[in-house]
Design a protein around this ligand. Structure first.
Ligand code: FAD
Length: 347
């Protein structure tokens, strides 16, 4: 920053060396800090050790202070808490404004936000309020050893390349990553750290008022949490094919998922799409039916323990990555599987 310069607001005139620490924004729901935001402590740990700096957890909301210790046990060195009744209702523009105020005060070098439904909305709001950049859906983070810029790594153009993105003249660098891209770090109840309680005088009033909240009935676990997944692709041919998959899934207590083509055909909702523009899953068993195995789909099942593919084309690319493969028409295999499970249950 130049002396006696009045051209731009103080915040815009940055010295990147003033910015330290890696922040992880903790998303809190009725069960505590959400697992996806705790997963962000894993890359935070890597970056903080390369930058020789601290990991700071950020808890913004109402009745959130009680979760600060949990943040520390999972790996935060300290936690900044802004616990305020005026934040009892989540609103992206209010939360972003308060996070931005805290960032202006503490000057973090990098902010990590999990790309949950809320995080996908909050991240760009925070970046915009801070006039900072944001790299969404990163699959890794690293540090440029020479410049100490954080490298936000993501696969553009359908996962055929890896882009290393940095903002050398602007801080904080903001990155999001999807749930399950990083593992949950181990919890250590003996870890200690400082809890800093913050107050903010002005919190804007919400522009919208929440009148009521209705949770949609959930008749199966979300795919990102399921241990068993039966997933269908374009090869199912029609929505009837999915009905058959659902029947098998209910016998196995599995969740049903699908490829992007299946979503595009309207056979399954987008929240059940697996892959680069869908969700990353980590089941014990992933049964891929009528799915060819495109890179963008396989990206979402990197963490699956066992992948079984059913496809009538012996040359389908999925066979080179699956642990087990069945070359057959699914219309023969799935009813046979259902029959077999039923007879096993009777025994
Ligand atoms: P297809 O590729 O058409 O494969 C259908 C398969 O079914 C074939 O292998 C065929 O042999 C088999 N089959 C046909 N009939 C039968 C039968 N009777 N029994 C058994 N097998 C049968 N895709 C995703 O899935 N998730 C993503 O998140 C995603 N993101 C993308 C992001 C970008 C930027 C781009 C460019 C693409 C993305 N895609 C994604 C699309 C991806 O490239 C593929 O087009 C898609 O995954 C293919 O879906 P599919 O395997 O269902 O269909």
């Amino acid at each position: 920053p130049k002396k006696d310069c009045n051209i731009c607001p103080e915040w815009d005139c940055q010295n990147v060396n003033d910015f330290k620490n890696v922040w992880v924004v903790g998303e809190v729901d009725e069960n505590g800090i959400s697992e996806p935001s705790l997963q962000m402590l894993t890359p935070a740990n890597k970056i903080a050790s390369k930058l020789n700096t601290k990991i700071v957890g950020l808890l913004v909301g109402y009745n959130v202070k009680k979760y600060a210790k949990e943040f520390i046990e999972y790996g935060a060195d300290e936690v900044i808490v802004l616990d305020d009744e005026r934040l009892s209702m989540y609103s992206p523009h209010i939360y972003a404004r308060t996070i931005a105020e805290l960032a202006k005060k503490y000057k973090p070098a990098v902010i990590f936000i999990s790309a949950t439904m809320k995080g996908r909305e909050l991240g760009p709001y925070v970046a915009n309020t801070l006039r900072a950049g944001i790299t969404a859906d990163c699959t890794d983070f690293d540090v440029d050893e020479k410049t100490k810029d954080v490298l936000l790594i993501r696969p553009p153009f359908g996962a055929v390349l890896l882009a290393y993105i940095k903002t050398p003249t602007r801080r904080p660098q903001i990155g999001t990553a999807r749930p399950n891209v990083f593992k949950l770090p181990p919890r250590d109840p003996n870890r200690n750290g400082e809890i800093i309680e913050e107050k903010i005088d002005y919190i804007p009033k919400p522009k919208a008022r929440l009148v009521s909240r209705k949770l949609l009935p959930i008749n199966e676990v979300p795919i990102e949490k399921a241990d068993l997944i039966v997933s269908g692709g374009k090869g199912l041919g029609n929505v009837e094919g999915f009905k058959l998959l659902e029947e098998l899934a209910s016998k196995m207590n599995a969740a049903v998922a699908g490829s992007r083509k299946a979503v595009d055909m309207g056979w399954i909702p987008h929240e059940k799409q697996v892959g680069q523009t869908g969700k990353s899953v980590k089941p014990i068993l992933y049964l891929a039916v009528g799915i060819s195995g495109a890179a963008q789909h396989m990206f979402g099942i990197r963490e699956a323990e066992v992948v079984v593919a059913i496809n009538n084309d012996p040359n389908a690319p999925i066979f080179s990555q699956a642990d087990y493969g069945i070359v057959a028409d699914y219309k023969q295999v799935i009813p046979a599987l259902i029959k077999e499970i039923e007879s096993l249950k009777k025994q």
